[in-house]
Design a binder for this molecule. Sequence first.
Ligand SMILES: Nc1ncnc2c1ncn2[C@@H]1O[C@H](COP(=O)(O)OP(=O)(O)OP(=O)(O)O)[C@@H](O)[C@H]1O
Length: 285
Amino acid sequence: MIEIRGLCKRYGDFTALHRVDLTVAKGEFVVILGASGAGKSTLLRCINHLAEPSEGEIHVDGERSRGDRAGLRKVRRDVAMIFQHYNVVPRLSVLKNVLTGRLGSMPALLSWFQVFPAKDIAIARECLRRVELDPKADLRTDTLSGGQKQRVGIARALAQKPKVILADEPVASLDPKTSRKVLNYLKQASRQDGITVICNLHQVDYAREFAQRVIGVAAGRIVFEGRPDELTDEVLHLIYPGGVEEGTDAAAAGAEPDTATPSVPAAALHAAPVRTAPQLAMEQS
Ligand SMILES: Nc1ncnc2c1ncn2[C@@H]1O[C@H](COP(=O)(O)OP(=O)(O)OP(=O)(O)O)[C@@H](O)[C@H]1O
């Protein structure tokens, strides 16, 4: 599904990735481990061209990905991204945030007026159901807890119907129970939908628990590729030459407990309802 050959990324004189080769199969759940600054985010960002590779080739589903306009449109459709800090639009409703995952497949005019075809609303609702947030669909997203916001991020990624999900430290700000929930949704996406998932993590324990395969990155190079049960002390020393970092355990890192924003006046909780195109036509007639 993803073939990376000879990928280099330079920022000025500094080389963040040195000739990285990596193949990830369809539906595989791969975890990337590495110390802070090892190049994990840069690797994900090169795959979806948020960072333009300096050298090398990346193929997604057999097609070479490109950073020109048409190439970017394709990669943004095929590859969804989940971020540590959720990247949700706080004042929009939960449902509208999930619907933004459909924008790449909608006519521009409809998306401009935030008018969503009924088919897309049905897809978004189904994705919310999968992350058990359907009862929150009409709430403003800034009333949700951190864990719930990350589940909105996952629902938005699923709504995109991508071939690949890239998750950049998706549980770094969450407590252990919520982290496992979020990682389970990602694992389900790979198993049930055949979506290829590449997930950057700081927590070795979660890599052992969830990964099908682990990639270890150190100083911009892949230093380990193997099964989670092959993560011996020796291997961890390769991946973390300075020692396994403090704070690789979410609880110890002072992760956010999964509590929602307290008491906002009820009326303020509800963002404007989502309308279908026929509903809008009726309102305007
Ligand atoms: N836009 C940029 N300009 C210059 N240097 C950058 C840029 N982005 C990343 N770097 C450098 O590239 C290296 C790899 O960074 P990257 O963010 O990929 O690491 P990481 O493994 O994801 O770290 P962390 O776990 O802390 O997020 C770091 O030394 C970083 O300072």
